[in-house]
Design a protein around this ligand. Structure first.
Ligand code: PAF
Length: 274
């Protein structure tokens, strides 16, 4: 695996390579990321990963400083997964001057996570467009765990006519159902034992909808109450249309149940398509 931090050197390496498939990450890799790397191989000859903890997508009181940086271990995992090229720029490489031009996503950026993380999707879209410009992939993969992010990036790619196919990878879960996340490492042992309840609540919503219960507001309320009774503080539990993340109605299926909830200081997100 060749490793680059400099944009010009990366471009020189990639110029001669065909079938570029890209998996952007913020590092602290787990089996979910590695599953994307392995899927990437089926879509082209050159698999490129990036590791960059993007300051622009973190709010002032979020975990940018604390976010785990595990570069050597990440490189070992990427090598074992057969990644060809790693782009790991420093902040100075990617933002040599203050970033003053941004990608401003439309109203979808203010829904759900955007309500609780103002500016988050603007930061994500901006860095991903910039990474796309550095790597110029034909295909890019993102995990479905970050469902809203995947939609924002898919829409951005389509609307800006970027010649890139966006592929969503299924969420990888621990045996007890907890979605793998770099932030799971923040959980205490007791919180880790409690954490799978989030996925169980989403499954309960799915079961209810499959059984024909479309009292969406009541279902959301029940899920929130179940989590609150076990010490969770929820930002949202929402049933939405898969088409545009608008609130679910009987007419706008297929749906997706999305949740963001805190256990102690750790904010977990998850979703399940229905
Ligand atoms: O999902 C992530 O890890 C990040 O949001 C991404 C897409 C790499 C942009 O920084």
């Amino acid at each position: 695996m060749k490793i680059f931090s400099d944009i010009a050197a990366l471009r020189a390496e990639l110029a001669a390579r065909t079938g570029r498939v890209f998996v952007p990450t913020m590092g602290n890799l787990h089996a979910g990321h590695i599953s994307l790397m392995r899927q990437a191989r089926a879509h082209g000859d050159t698999v490129i990963a990036s590791i960059f903890v993007n300051r622009l997508q973190f709010g002032p009181n979020e975990d940018f400083d604390q976010y785990p940086r595990t570069f050597q271990d990440d490189c070992d995992q990427l090598r074992a997964a057969g990644v060809d090229v790693l782009f790991a720029p420093s902040e100075r490489d990617l933002y040599p001057e203050p970033q003053e031009y941004f990608v401003e996503p439309p109203a979808i950026q203010n829904l759900l996570d955007g309500q609780f993380r103002p500016g988050h999707f603007r930061g994500v879209a901006t860095v991903v467009l910039k990474l796309f410009n550095c790597v110029q992939p034909q295909v890019a993969l993102f995990g479905k765990k970050d469902y809203q992010q995947l939609m924002v990036l898919r829409n951005m790619t389509r609307q800006l006519a970027l010649p890139i196919e966006i592929i969503g990878g299924e969420t990888v879960r621990a045996a007890d159902g907890l979605a793998l996340s770099s932030r799971n490492g923040y959980l205490s042992a007791a919180e880790r034992a409690e954490a799978p309840r989030l996925y169980r609540c989403l499954n309960t919503l799915r079961t209810a909808l499959h059984a024909g219960n479309t009292d969406f507001a009541q279902l959301e309320h029940n899920a929130q109450a179940e989590l609150a009774a076990h010490g969770w503080q929820s930002d949202y539990i929402a049933l939405c249309s898969q088409a545009d993340l608008s609130a679910a109605t009987v007419d706008n299926g297929p749906w997706v149940a999305l949740a963001a909830s805190r256990l102690g200081n750790t904010r977990l997100i998850d979703n399940i398509e229905i």
